[in-house]
Ligand binder design. Structure first.
Ligand code: SF4
Length: 361
């Protein structure tokens, strides 16, 4: 039978990402897909990584598992993983293909994708793929692995699991394939599940079922979940904590209530304003975020959001790069909320003899 869920301290991060940079060295130039990200992932909580397509969310997740495709690679920072035995492993420096990394990937940390066929092989029966995953990471017999695989297929809500164990992926519907992929990811009871837009390709009913399923299993297995999404509805339904990403950087972090009640960063506010609300229908056009995400090879100087921001301050936002700073219960990277930069005179009056902060960019 599956192992008992491990007891974990929810206050101690399982993953501490510091100053992470993942860059792509293309023929056309350098693409800074992830540029100096600091992020903690806590056990027993769901962290949603929110942002528009192309803002670096998936590359950040792939960096954690070290599955970034060439010409991309991690160029700086650390990804400290606290193993169940308390050992700290810097995943950013782990040797690709090393046994340690293979054991963590798929065993301690599993990932599910928008497209189930990204992880399910097309010409192998579902059951065999799950039992192979179990036996790769755990010392169990074929018969035990089979029993666990069927049990897991049942837990993810696949009817007649023993029958589906013998099915090929193409014989299942999209929703069932997604459930089978989740069963495979969870078959080794990972401590962290990374879900990259897992419901985007599904109809709304199946989407709700899959999100409920992930929430139930998270509770049952005491996992951490890193859920990548561009959908605020998904965030509202699933998140404990939220990190908002824009052009490779985290621009705001908050718990889910703080984010919806009092969003601070102009980008977060614009994302929230662009969502239709009950009662708003028929009252004109929905506000949209002005402009487009800049081309990755043409990153704006200073604050990367300044080309779309209604509050951009000339001489400041175009010249200096805002850093994440505590703001209420969360953190935000925006000069509107940074009195030390906007009003250095006040700060110097409070702390005579000290210079103003030097320019970041
Ligand atoms: Fe807008 Fe300036 Fe804040 Fe950037 S730092 S989000 S440009 S106000």
């Amino acid at each position: 039978m599956p192992q008992t869920p491990m007891q974990t301290d929810p206050n101690t991060p399982m993953i501490e990402i510091r100053g992470l940079k993942t860059h792509f060295f293309t023929d056309d130039g350098l693409v800074k897909a992830v540029e100096g990200v600091d992020l903690d992932i806590h056990p027993d909580r769901t962290l949603c990584l929110l942002g528009e397509s192309g803002c670096g969310k998936s590359i950040l997740a792939r960096s954690i598992l070290r599955i970034v495709d060439a010409p991309g690679r991690i160029t700086g920072g650390s990804i400290l993983y606290r193993a169940a035995d308390g050992r700290m492993v810097d995943l950013a420096r782990a040797r690709p293909g090393s046994r340690e990394l293979r054991e963590i990937r798929g065993g301690d940390i599993a990932m599910i994708f928008q497209e189930p066929m990204s992880s399910l092989g097309p010409i192998q029966k579902i059951g065999r793929q799950i039992t192979e995953t179990i036996r790769l990471h755990r010392d169990v017999s074929k018969a035990e692995a089979r029993e666990e695989a069927i049990d897991m297929l049942a837990r993810v809500g696949i009817p007649r699991p023993a029958e589906r164990f013998e099915a090929y992926p193409f014989e299942l519907s999209g929703g069932m394939r997604q459930r089978a992929m989740i069963a495979m990811a969870l078959s080794c009871q990972p401590r962290l599940l990374i879900a990259d837009e897992p419901t985007t390709a599904l109809d709304v009913t199946t989407q709700a079922q899959i999100l409920d399923l992930i929430a139930e299993l998270r509770e049952e297995f005491r996992m951490a979940v890193l859920l990548i999404t561009h959908d605020l509805g998904v965030v509202a339904e699933t998140a404990d904590d939220v990190a908002v990403m824009y052009m490779g950087k985290i621009v705001e972090k908050s718990d889910v209530y703080g984010l919806f009640e009092a969003p601070k960063h102009p980008y977060t506010r614009a994302l929230l304003e662009s969502v239709p609300r009950i009662g708003q229908i028929g009252r004109g056009r929905l506000p949209a975020i002005r402009g487009m995400v800049p081309h990755p090879l043409a990153r704006p100087s200073g604050c990367t959001f300044r080309t779309r921001c209604d509050h951009a301050m000339a001489g400041l936002c175009d010249q200096r790069e805002p850093r994440l700073k505590p703001q209420g219960a969360g953190e935000v990277a925006c000069f509107l909320h940074d009195d030390e930069v906007r009003h250095p005179a006040k700060r110097n009056a409070a702390r005579p003899g000290q210079d103003t902060e030097s320019a970041d960019a």
